[in-house]
Design a protein around this ligand. Sequence first.
Ligand SMILES: [Zn+2]
Length: 159
Amino acid sequence: MSHSFVADRMLGKLARKLRLLGFDTLYIRKALPGEILSIVDLEKRSLLTRHRELHSRAVKRGIESFLLKSNDWRGQLKATLMRFGITAKDIKSFTRCADCNALLFTRAPEEVARVVPQYVLFTHKHFLQCPACDKVYWKGTHPDRILQTFLGIVPSDGD
Ligand SMILES: [Zn+2]
């Protein structure tokens, strides 16, 4: 089962990490509470919020909402994964842009030759690019190292 989320403006880091794990996550910085709830409701997403009031408004409307207690993205991510029963098999890392949530496209090395450092081009075969912001990803980039850090906190499937 795949999960999609809306993160409120206090959860920017969490939103980026969820995207790196492949989860469709909207990050809403400027919107009225009612507008946020409408988006969550309309798109059948789950709300991730640090605001108690927004959380209770969501619950009253029958919207799935998770009130996060932790200030730190690691604690927030761990709590989110547990709350939604997400395990390693649900994770599709390197499928979404951390900056804009768009699905990444596969690129051949020659297609990214102009934007990727030469040593990377020589040492990697698999590249991905964001259609929205043109950011190029490859195994071993910054997001990959972050991934290693937080794969340790993902519940394993036992296989
Ligand atoms: Zn992007």
